[in-house]
Design a protein around this ligand. Structure first.
Ligand code: SF4
Length: 573
């Protein structure tokens, strides 16, 4: 079972890729402009739009003010038991029930920019994949119009349909692609996924569609999952045939058809029952990261900071179960016989005693590894599902920005350097040249989460073999400041077992915070970059967003400096 957050995303991805969204002419390759402009649906303007074949469609579009959440609700109001409901029910019946009967609770927490970016990415992939089927007809508009248009197209034997809707016996499914084999008069269902391989849950997704469409009297011969090919590397224009891989799921779908037929009845009975499901929430036995957004609603007796927040407790389900079954939720009530790791015990001790646990010698040992000048650096990237530039594969990160604070000695204020690429072209070369200019051959390169920055560096070296030596040297000199906190050399009650820079900064440098910034996390930075390079904003808007990006990234690198400074001063005191 996938984590609940993925469930929520799955649900949203499915629903947001509905005909109420404006769609584009996805034949205008190569990318990027067309793909990028769909990264944020709020930028869509309602109008009639051409389908990929250039024919007119029934597009009504979204009101400009419609947001992710309300577009989902709007569609739900028209649906009965949709494919998405069924998929969500399979993962958590209770959560699916809440989504239908208590949408205010289900949608109480807003999607983060990161979650929105994932949704947009799924929509973008689907639109690009439609280019695999030239001449296909995209049906858009309100659900009832689409349903009628679907029937008209079936009667007219239209070879390929995008987003037809089928409804039967109170079940509803919207398909990505339905295409006709004119020789056999049978159809194929093709479900487009933004993943790089078919997943277990995709099988039930297409099985639901197949069952429903067959019940509507349509002869379905083959069922496919179309997904991104992780081995594809862009060279010149996008080669759609290589970018996507098609997996034949027909036999597997037939295997589970009986199970799915039983399940959808079960799901309907459960989901259409007006009585709220009672009983315990099974996630009570899982760590915090596995809880969905309705956990608090269903488990009001669990404190905000509970045993579920103990570091890596999700990896020790037996220990967690022992505490839960004994009715222990608060950290102060954990019995001494529970066998917790040193790291977990330190977290609990710090919280219960209110004392900050500091291993000064260990911290001093870590800081001694650093050599001046210290280069505190932070990268911002855009992980595009569709490769935007040469030598990029699906989900390779475009490194569009860095911020660098250079501390030449413990006594000087750091010097600030930065790089921000605002053109719609691969920034790799300019990014590396700028690094070469600003980072000398001696000194430690300090980051927060080494695997990210060093991975980006390796990608840069792969695209630009002439800088291999520079990059290898850079990676050799990288030091991960986060390690001091991951290793629990510094444990504060307010860290709650978390070691992200956003958690550590307010503890060690409370005069600094992200709350006043327009951009407050990396997902928002990615989306902002897309807006800037989309060519759809005014000069003033772009310059405002560039400033916001600079402030955000600048805060990340300065935060590292400030945390190092606080640790350094603490040792000196
Ligand atoms: S927290 Fe409760 S409602 Fe949410 S996924 Fe877990 S069991 Fe389902």
């Amino acid at each position: 079972m996938t984590p609940p957050i993925a469930t929520r995303l799955h649900s949203l991805i499915q629903l947001l890729a509905t005909p109420t969204r404006r769609s584009s002419n996805s034949q205008s390759f190569p990318l990027p402009a067309n793909a990028i402009r769909h990264l944020h649906p709020l930028s869509f303007v309602p109008e009639r739009t051409p389908d990929v074949s250039g024919r007119s469609t029934v597009g009504l579009g979204l009101p400009q003010s419609l947001d992710y959440q309300s577009s989902t609700c709007l569609y739900m109001a028209m649906a009965r038991i949709s494919k998405t409901d069924y998929m969500l029910w399979r993962e958590c019946p209770k959560n699916a029930w809440l989504k239908i009967h208590k949408p205010d609770t289900y949608y109480a927490s807003e999607l983060t920019e990161f979650e929105k970016a994932i949704i947009d990415s799924g929509v973008e992939v689907e639109e690009v994949a439609r280019g695999l089927f030239p001449g296909g007809v995209l049906i858009i508009g309100p659900a009832e119009e689409i349903r009628q248009a679907t029937q008209k197209h079936l009667a007219a034997r239209t070879p390929t349909l995008f987003q037809p809707i089928f409804e039967r016996d109170g079940f509803l499914a919207l398909l990505d692609v339905l295409d006709l084999n004119s020789e056999t008069n049978g159809y194929s269902i093709r479900e487009i996924k933004s993943s790089t391989k078919p997943k277990e849950e995709h099988l039930h997704d297409v099985a639901f569609q197949t069952l429903l469409v067959r019940r509507c009297g349509v002869k379905i011969e083959r069922i496919f999952i179309v997904h991104l090919n992780p081995g594809y590397e862009r060279s010149g224009d996008l080669d759609l045939a290589s970018l996507f891989t098609t997996a034949d799921m027909t036999a597997k779908v037939d295997e589970i058809a009986g199970t799915v037929a039983r399940e959808i009845e079960e799901a309907r009975t459960y989901l259409l029952n007006d009585v709220e499901p009672s009983g315990p929430c099974s996630c009570i036995y899982k760590g915090r990261s596995r809880h969905c957004s309705t956990f608090r609603y269903s488990n009001p007796h669990v404190p905000e900071y509970s045993v579920h927040d103990i570091s890596r407790i999700g990896n020790s389900p037996k220990k967690l179960k022992e505490m839960i079954d004994a009715g222990v939720f608060a950290l102060e009530n954990i019995p001494t016989h529970i066998n917790l790791s040193d790291i977990q015990q330190a977290q609990i001790r710090a919280y219960n005693s209110g004392e900050t646990l500091i291993k000064k010698e260990a911290i001093a040992g870590e800081l001694k590894k650093l050599k001046f000048p210290l280069y505190f650096i932070d990268y911002e990237t855009y992980p595009s599902a569709i490769p935007l530039f040469e030598k990029y594969a699906p989900y390779h990160h475009v490194p569009f920005q860095y911020s660098l604070h250079i501390a030449r000695s413990p006594d000087e204020e750091p010097l600030h350097m930065e790089f921000l690429h605002t053109a719609l072209e691969d920034p790799s070369k300019l990014f590396v040249r700028s690094l070469q200019k600003n980072i000398g051959s001696i000194g430690s390169v300090v980051v927060w989460n080494k695997s990210f920055e060093s991975g980006i560096n390796e990608d840069l070296a792969r695209r630009l073999p002439d800088v291999l030596g520079f990059i290898a040297d850079l990676n050799d000199r990288i030091y991960d400041l986060k390690e001091i906190f991951s290793k629990q050399y510094y444990v504060h009650k307010n860290l709650w077992g978390k070691v992200s820079i956003k958690n550590v900064l307010p503890v060690l440098a409370p005069h600094l915070n992200y709350s006043s910034l327009d951009i407050q996390e990396g997902g928002a930075a990615s989306i902002t970059w897309c807006k800037i390079v989309s060519g759809r904003l005014s000069k003033e808007e772009c310059s405002h967003l560039c400033e916001a990006l600079k402030k955000y990234c600048g805060m990340d690198s300065y935060a590292m400096y400030a945390i190092w400074r606080a640790l350094h001063d603490m040792l000196e005191a």
